[in-house]
Design a protein around this ligand. Structure first.
Ligand code: ADP
Ligand SMILES: O=C(O)C[C@@H](O)[C@H](O)C(=O)COP(=O)(O)O
Length: 339
């Protein structure tokens, strides 16, 4: 039997084309950098940087940017065996504007349709999905067919899998609530509508739910962090993680333990990618079997480090960088920033 992956993520991929000048609108940007992007792909990179064996299930266009993404995944040490090409659609690109400390609008170009929404259930390696120690999916994967059915098939493969013959560490299934209303068309009303129903269906299969306040509100209708965590736990998962950007993080476990971790002080360069750094570190800490507070402190630091850097994927920290930030109680100079 093949060795299971530590982490398999499923969902979008694209090319981030980020300004190399900050504090100016796109109309005044003169030069851009090109980076692998797409939230679950960034999470796979983040976990790989922390030493985990990772793979991503996604699709690109059959084009030069698709080639670039394969090359970038290989360089980051993320297995691309489940990244296939869709002939009909181009690889998406994403621009942003960088207005520190807290305004980072994203501009997605995913028309007429993103290849990563063309993931079909019949093409999934459900044995590998079932056996992965962590499986990570996102709310965006539920926004359109066939990705929605494929994502739910993957979730079911895990939640309905029989217990292994030899008892081992529990399988962890993470639902990243990741809410991007522009991908939902008429369903992106954000209220008590179709998106929330989709989210509830997926939550029933997840063991961990993670999201920021906007995302928790879409999933549960609750915005106050403790109420949102309670509502997430009631929907299925055993661990609920409420990210609060510069206000840190709250985690609540079904066993009654909670952890509220303040942010590490940081000079913010670009807050984009912090959530994905947090996610990769969350996978790493859960796999290590650390207690909830330790996991949250570690993930908090990883998020703060990426907030201090320009890029997302190439800015993901190595273990010594997270450990240094934790020891210092702050994020220092951008040592090791390859962005
Ligand atoms: N400005 C910041 N200062 C310190 N920590 C931050 C900052 N921004 C993000 N983080 C850390 O990264 C985590 C994820 O960031 P957040 O912005 O909440 O996620 P998302 O990008 O998914 O919205 C936060 O919970 C926090 O731990
Ligand atoms: O998630 C996306 O598709 C946008 C990414 O390409 C980009 O890297 C990013 O903004 C990640 O930010 P986060 O999800 O807020 O961590």
């Amino acid at each position: 039997m093949p060795e299971p992956y530590d982490v398999i993520t499923m969902g979008r991929i694209g090319v981030d084309i980020y300004p190399l000048q900050t504090g100016v609108p796109l109309s005044r940007v003169e030069t851009f950098g090109k980076f692998l992007g797409g939230s679950p792909s960034n999470v796979a990179v983040a976990a790989a940087r922390l030493g985990r064996r990772t793979a991503v299930i996604t699709r690109t266009g059959r084009d030069a940017f698709g080639d670039y993404l394969h090359q970038a995944l290989a360089e980051f040490g993320v297995d691309d065996r489940w990244v296939s090409a869709v002939a009909e659609y181009p690889t998406p690109v994403t621009f942003c504007e960088i207005f520190p400390p807290d305004h980072f609008p994203l501009y997605f170009y995913r028309q007429p349709k993103a290849p990563d929404l063309e993931i079909h259930s019949g093409e999934l390696d459900l044995d590998a999905v079932r056996d992965a120690r962590v499986f990570w999916m996102t709310g965006t994967g539920l926004c359109a067919e066939p990705s929605r059915t494929a994502t739910l098939s993957a979730l079911r493969a895990r939640s309905e899998a029989p217990a292994p013959d030899v008892p081992g560490p529990p399988r962890i299934t993470v639902f990243d609530l990741d809410w991007r209303p522009m991908f939902w068309g008429g369903e992106g009303d954000g209220g008590d509508g179709p998106a929330r129903a989709r989210y509830r269906e997926a939550l029933a299969h997840a063991t961990v739910a993670v999201g920021n306040l906007d995302e928790c509100e879409i999933a549960t209708g609750e915005r106050e962090p403790h109420a949102a965590a309670r509502a997430l736990l009631a929907a299925g998962p055993e661990l609920a993680v409420v990210k609060q950007g510069p206000a840190g993080v709250l985690a609540a476990h079904r066993d009654g333990t909670t952890a509220e971790i303040p942010p590490l002080p940081v000079d913010v360069v670009n807050g984009l990618g912090a959530g994905d750094a947090f996610g990769g570190a969350l996978c790493h800490g859960l796999l290590a079997g650390w207690d909830t507070e330790h996991v949250m402190r570690y993930a908090n630091a990883a998020g703060a480090i990426v907030a201090s850097r320009l890029a997302c994927s190439s800015a993901m920290p190595f273990p010594h960088e997270v450990e240094q930030a934790l020891a210092d109680g702050a994020v220092g100079a951008a040592v090791g920033d390859t962005s």
